[in-house]
Design a protein around this ligand. Structure first.
Ligand SMILES: [Zn+2]
Length: 282
């Protein structure tokens, strides 16, 4: 199989790699600078690709795969919208890249990509039923069932941050109320160290645990992987979540699931984007 060029477009940075047989052979990082607008971000992506391809003929690549922090229309290859990329609505990113480089090009959501990344290269290797949560300024999710990414017919599966965990909770930017994401957000503001922050982290962990109980009861996963910036807090956040799952989830499923921190850090998405490309029929 030829190498894949993969890109992870996040709200703060763009990571681009060329990956060959599971090994990163070239990598470049730059800031997204999303406030400069859509065209400026797209130009930055294209010039990063050009730079990485300086010594490689595009015909030596299998494909290009883009993971984007936003809602994706998988079939049409659109970035539908993104809370992290102001002004992006129905952007034809896949076809723009495909036409420029004349290569098979794929586009998927970054949390879905991160789930695939951890499944292929990280803590979830060999685990065929896993759910990944990226806990940062929001909560993203990716679902692997029987070793395959589950997208749903619209490509919008895995919006675990917007599962309701409090019917009377605060309102969320998605239009619903009491979403997991709104209840966990207080935890993001917390700074580890003082006792108030520890209480807030424990509270966030408990909310996260309630969200996980729903996942465990629905999917009976072998593993729930927690990544994203907030995951660096580690067991301070995960222990309360594990406790809630143990107490409240269906017992046979609660015993089967391991709740673990992600392993690949900020490379999970870009590695997963490459894995996604390699999984596609051709
Ligand atoms: Zn919501």
């Amino acid at each position: 199989m030829l190498p894949v060029l993969a890109i992870d477009l996040g709200g703060t940075k763009i990571i681009t790699v060329i990956i060959n047989n599971g090994q990163v052979i070239a990598e470049e990082r730059c800031l997204t600078l999303a406030d400069e607008g859509q065209q400026s971000v797209i130009n930055r992506i294209l010039s990063t690709i050009d730079h990485l391809l300086k010594n490689t003929d595009p015909s030596q690549l299998d494909s290009i795969s883009l993971a984007v922090a936003g809602a994706i229309d998988l079939e049409r290859g659109l970035v539908t919208s993104s809370p992290h990329l102001p002004g992006w609505h129905d952007v034809q990113l896949r076809d723009m890249v495909r036409e420029k480089y004349r290569l098979n090009t794929f586009l998927l959501n970054d949390a879905s990509a991160a789930a695939l990344g951890e499944h292929h290269f990280g803590v979830g290797r060999g685990i065929n039923n896993l759910i990944l949560l990226t806990v940062g300024t929001g909560i993203g999710g990716g679902i692997i069932i029987n070793g395959r990414l589950y997208n749903g017919p619209c490509g919008s599966a895995g919006e675990i941050g917007h599962t309701t965990i409090d019917v009377n909770g605060p309102s969320c930017e998605c239009g619903n109320i009491g979403c997991l994401e709104t209840l966990e957000k207080i935890g993001v503001a917390a700074r580890a160290g003082d006792s108030l922050a520890l209480d807030i982290i424990a509270e966030a962990g408990t909310c996260l645990g309630v969200g996980m109980v729903n996942l465990v009861n629905i999917f009976n996963p072998e593993m729930i992987v927690v990544g994203g910036g907030v995951a660096k807090i580690g067991d301070l956040l995960l222990d309360p979540a594990r406790q809630v799952v143990k107490e409240r989830a269906f017992q046979i499923s609660a015993r089967a699931v391991r709740i673990v921190p992600a392993q690949l850090g900020d490379e999970a998405g870009v590695l997963g984007a490459a894995a996604f490309a390699l999984e596609q029929p051709r």
